[in-house]
Each structure stands twice: as structure tokens, then as C-alpha cells.
Ligand binder design. Structure first.
Ligand SMILES: [Fe+2]
Ligand SMILES: [Fe+2]
Length: 147
């Protein structure tokens, strides 16, 4: 059986995927393609933030007791959600997409450099088990969005 990813690796794969989609968005010139990419980015982000909010952050906070870091992360999610809501009305607004990219890249950096290293050294945080929960919930949400 292949080695399974832990929760941090799995979440970081989502981050890389979205960063790649932002690059494609910036390289795209056709408004239809921009619209499709913008909607894919927003959907990816909404699902990703939801599984973090529902599963990863509470488990992280329980195990580490680091409330400020989780609160800061949730504030950044909220900022991203507000931009995504604005994009629903103006999906081709490049300025909003660039602003969203900025917020997300900053946030991803915080998770990568602060939260994930702390999660990995915290005993009692089962990152393999969390990865399974995150994956299952992600599948559920993607199926609901697709339907
Ligand atoms: Fe994340
Ligand atoms: Fe996040």
C-alpha cells in the first residue's frame, strides 16, 4: 500500500493546486476561461477552508492550545470569503482576483511556516487520522457542490 499523506501534506497539496490555478488565471486572456478559472479557484478555496474550519483547526487548537494562531487563521478565511462573495457578482474582476490571491498566499504561508510545523511536533495530534477525516469530508462537499 502506498504511504499515506498526513493532514498537513494533504492540505498543502490543495494550497499548491490553488496557487497553480491563480497562475493560470493570470496567464489567461480569454474572459470565458478567466471566468471558469475564477469559479474553480473559489470553489476549491471554499471547500478547503470549510474542512480546515470544521476539522483541522479545532483538532489543532485542542491539541496545542494555541488559540491566537487559530483565530488569526479564521480571520484570514473570513477575509477570503468576503472577496469570494464579491467575486460571485463580478467573476471577471481581475482586481478582486489579485486581492484574493494576495490574501490566500499570505495565509498559506502562515499555515506552512507556523501552523503545520507546530502541528507536526505536537504529540497527541494524529495527523494520519485527521487526513482521512479531511479527505472524507472534502469528497462529501465536492459531491454536494457538483450536484
Ligand atoms: Fe489551508
Ligand atoms: Fe486556511
Amino acid at each position: 500500500m502506498p504511504q499515506q499523506d498526513d493532514a498537513c501534506t494533504m492540505l498543502d497539496e490543495d494550497h499548491n493546486k490553488v496557487a497553480g490555478l491563480f497562475e493560470q488565471y493570470k496567464a489567461a486572456h480569454d474572459p470565458n476561461r478567466q471566468r471558469l478559472l475564477a469559479s474553480e479557484i473559489c470553489q476549491e478555496l471554499l471547500v478547503h477552508m470549510q474542512i480546515e474550519d470544521e476539522i483541522f483547526y479545532p483538532a489543532f487548537q485542542r491539541a496545542t492550545g494555541d488559540q491566537p494562531l487559530v483565530q488569526e487563521s479564521k480571520r484570514e478565511h473570513q477575509e477570503a470569503r468576503e472577496l469570494i462573495a464579491q467575486l460571485e457578482d463580478k467573476p471577471t474582476e481581475a482586481r478582486l482576483m489579485l486581492e484574493l490571491e494576495d490574501v490566500i498566499l499570505d495565509h498559506v504561508n502562515d499555515e506552512r511556516e507556523k501552523m503545520f510545523p507546530q502541528a507536526r511536533k505536537t504529540k497527541g495530534l494524529d495527523l494520519m487520522q485527521l487526513a482521512q477525516q479531511l479527505q472524507a469530508r472534502k469528497m462529501e462537499l465536492l459531491a454536494a457542490h457538483a450536484g
